[in-house]
Write a protein of this length. Structure first.
Length: 149
């Protein structure tokens, strides 16, 4: 997705078409997050914490941190699973001026957790960059609030 936008965004950042590319990117990211969250909510494994348990027990995950103690607290696994699914219902909250900042920063924190717990550093870095791109304008001249856009 990043390569796609690098290929279609004009190299001249002063282009009149740049706001259209920002909007396209925002909509695209919101669609990706929404359907990821919706898919999690219609399945049972995120409601009972099984997906979180499976993720933290993958062979490549948690090589530094031993968090298997969470198996003793299934309610925490359930809260983490539902929290992830609700955070990914991104467009329902990110376009609202009152919840936009909280939601974007919460999703960034979720991806920081994914990076360190699941050792998915590249994935998390890309997702954090996408969220920061949604939050700030491409030229960094001003804060870009989705609710004002």
């Amino acid at each position: 997705m990043s390569l796609f936008y690098l290929a279609i965004i004009p190299p001249d950042l002063k282009s009149l078409a740049l706001p259209a590319f920002k909007r396209l990117f925002q909509i695209h990211v919101c669609i990706v997050y929404f359907f990821a969250g919706f898919d999690k909510l219609i399945g049972i494994n995120w409601w009972n914490g099984e997906s979180i348990w499976k993720a933290i027990n993958l062979p490549f995950a948690t090589s530094i941190y031993d968090i298997t103690f969470l198996g003793n607290y299934p309610i925490l696994l359930t809260i983490l699973g539902l929290g992830t699914a609700i955070l990914e219902l991104y467009p329902l909250f990110v376009w609202n001026r009152k919840t936009s900042n909280f939601w974007i920063y919460s999703v960034i924190l979720m991806h920081i957790g994914i990076a360190f717990i699941l050792n998915l550093y590249f994935f998390s870095a890309i997702m954090i960059i996408w969220n920061l791109t949604l939050k700030f304008s491409f030229n960094n001249e001003r804060s870009y609030n989705l609710a004002n856009a």
